[in-house]
Ligand binder design. Structure first.
Ligand code: HEC
Length: 284
């Protein structure tokens, strides 16, 4: 889905540091670390310490999102990993990836242990059994990747399977943190832009901001300076969200596109209505 972020934000220093690290130990990076900062408490978990936990097990994922095929991972349940932390009310868990991708997972989703729902796992890439590269990418989904099992695993949307993870952090829910993401309260309760806003926050906000609201700039801001509904037809925009390469294609293209089982035509229409709605409010 994504490539490693370039030097844009991290700067040349880290590129040099990375190159030196690679020179020092070809092929084997130092023990990678996951930072967890929830409710004012910060802890770091190294790969090797995570793999040594008693609750680590083999987890089979029949339809893995990053790899697009069945996968087996060494993984710890998110619920037990996060059990010592207390997430504040109205918070979500922001998952920050090495490339700047930033999803927001509901606390009740990551802490669920009921197999009739979806159960989250932190998959850990072992040093001695590296994962393959993500299709179309240079690197694997490691060092850390969130995957889902349980009866409702398939209801967890594609962008809620964040990979190349560096950090889990509690944050105010997106709508509380960035009220400008919300729709006009006067919109009818059934207006599809309302459903579109929710979908946008789950599926698009991990890479795109609107009017500067959001935690990631992997992709362009979708309302500033101009909203795509102002320069693309509805049909063209629909095609782009379904499969960007069907509209334009170039080698370094990043945006993943969304298959039917991740976003129905109705879902895509709702997101476009949301974009049109926030375009309409520009300049107010
Ligand atoms: C994994 C990151 C990622 C996700 C998720 C994502 N995008 Fe994108 N998007 C990008 C990037 C990066 C670009 C710039 C082109 C490229 O490299 O693919 C882009 C480009 C676009 C463009 C084209 C803008 C232009 O002027 O060419 C639109 C429209 C768009 N995205 C809408 C969406 C919508 C709507 C969603 C959610 C349904 C979404 N994107 C989800 C990363 C993402």
């Amino acid at each position: 889905m994504r490539i490693l972020r370039s030097d844009r934000r991290t700067g040349w220093l880290s590129v040099i540091a990375l190159s030196l690290a690679c020179l020092a130990s070809p092929g084997a990076a130092a023990d990678p670390v996951l930072t967890v900062a929830i409710g004012g408490e910060t802890r770091t978990f190294s790969r090797d310490a995570l793999l040594a936990r008693p609750d680590v097990s083999d987890v089979d994922i029949p339809a893995d999102i990053a790899y697009g095929r069945p996968m087996r991972f060494r993984a710890v349940p998110l619920a037990t990993l996060l059990a010592p932390f207390r997430a504040p009310a109205d918070s979500v868990i922001e998952t920050v990836a090495l490339d700047g991708f930033a999803a927001h997972l509901p606390v009740d989703l990551v802490s669920n242990t009921d197999p009739n729902k979806a159960i989250g796992w932190l998959a850990i890439e072992p040093a001695d059994a590296p994962w393959p590269a993500v299709p179309g990418k240079q690197s694997s989904a490691g060092p850390f990747y969130i995957v889902w099992t349980g009866a409702q695993a398939r209801s967890v949307r594609s962008e809620q399977w964040p990979y190349q993870l560096a950090k889990l952090e509690s944050q105010l829910s997106p709508l509380a943190r960035w009220p400008q993401l919300g729709v006009d309260p006067a919109l009818p309760a059934t207006h599809e832009a309302r459903a579109g806003a929710t979908l946008f926050i789950t599926q698009c906000l991990p890479c795109h901001m609107v009017d500067g609201a959001g935690a990631s700039d992997v992709g362009p801001d979708l309302n500033a300076p101009m909203n795509p509904t102002a320069y693309m037809t509805r049909a063209g925009l629909h095609a782009l969200i379904r499969d960007p390469k069907s509209v334009r294609s170039w080698p370094t293209q990043i945006m993943p596109g969304f298959a039917e089982d991740q976003m129905s035509d109705r879902d895509i229409d709702a997101v476009i209505s949301y974009l049109a709605h926030i375009a309409g409010r520009k300049g107010k």
